[in-house]
Design a binder for this molecule. Structure first.
Ligand code: MG
Length: 274
């Protein structure tokens, strides 16, 4: 793969079956992807072999395995806080078990990194959930390290400076960042282009996604096709070049009814900027 090669977050195709989605990427001339959160049915050694073969057949490289959970909700900010990631104590054992299966699966597929939304890092480090989350992320990083993998936190549910402090506290060499500029805006948290500078040493992958700031308290902002929202995608890509980023530019599109059209337009835009 070349530096800043354009890829796609596989679920952004809108095609649920990852094998069909990989065929679609081949058709679109896209040679790299991030693998979506997969359910327990997929997270086996046998299915890792199936995915590996489908990747080979499509000529696509998988750059990250995402982890997510079926009962997470992104309906509004309160729902995200309540349901996403590793903050809920009662869900933690089952979510850790699934995360470890995803790590083993990712290693068998041959990805270099596993990534997740870890949930809102509490703003107040005296919040008892803060040290618990630190311990949880250490455990995940160590499970990744055992397989030679990086672990990437997705940005956006906290400010860049809060994330930087959290990363320093976790203090694991394989802890990195999957930088999503739109999330910073959608969650009303931070200015994405400046935030790239704050998190530069840890960024190993990015989501190329766009959006507008929230207009109502407690609501998320609205996602927009790449280049049509308030991220300033040319400035974002220029900033990635400035920090020496050489990883893929992974298109993410979670809204709209023309996913494939939006992906193709995003690819064209990114290829003109990279
Ligand atoms: Mg994202």
């Amino acid at each position: 793969m070349q530096p800043m090669e354009v890829g796609v977050f596989l679920c952004s195709t809108g095609i649920d079956d990852p094998l069909e989605a990989l065929k679609k990427l081949q058709e679109l001339g896209i040679n790299n992807c991030q693998l979506p959160p997969l359910g327990p049915d997929w997270l086996t050694t046998e299915k890792a072999g199936v995915i590996r073969k489908a990747l080979d057949d499509a000529g696509v490289v998988a750059t990250t395995q995402f982890v997510g959970f079926p009962d997470e909700s992104y309906a509004d900010i309160a729902a995200v806080e309540r349901t996403v990631g590793f903050l809920q104590e009662d869900k933690l054992p089952e979510r850790m078990e699934m995360t470890k299966k995803a790590i083993a699966f990712g290693a068998e597929v041959g990805v270099p990194a596993v990534a997740a939304h870890i949930g809102f890092v509490p703003e107040d480090t005296a919040d008892p959930r803060y040290p618990r989350l630190v311990d949880t992320i250490r455990e995940i990083c160590d499970a990744c390290a055992d397989k030679g993998l990086k672990f990437s936190m997705e940005t956006g549910q906290e400010t860049a400076e809060e994330m930087r402090e959290f990363i320093k506290t976790v203090d694991r060499p394989n802890l990195h960042v999957n930088f999503d500029p739109a999330n910073m805006i959608l969650y009303g948290k931070d200015k994405p282009v400046e935030a790239v500078g704050v998190l530069a040493p840890w960024i190993v992958s990015v989501h190329c996604k766009d959006g507008d700031w929230p207009t109502k308290e407690g609501q998320l902002g609205s996602e927009q096709p790449l280049g049509e929202g308030q991220v300033d995608i040319p400035a974002f890509v220029a900033k990635l070049k400035e920090i020496g980023y050489t990883g893929p530019l992974t298109i993410e599109r979670e809204a709209g009814d023309d996913r494939i059209g939006d992906i193709l337009r995003a690819k064209e835009l990114l290829e003109s900027l990279r």
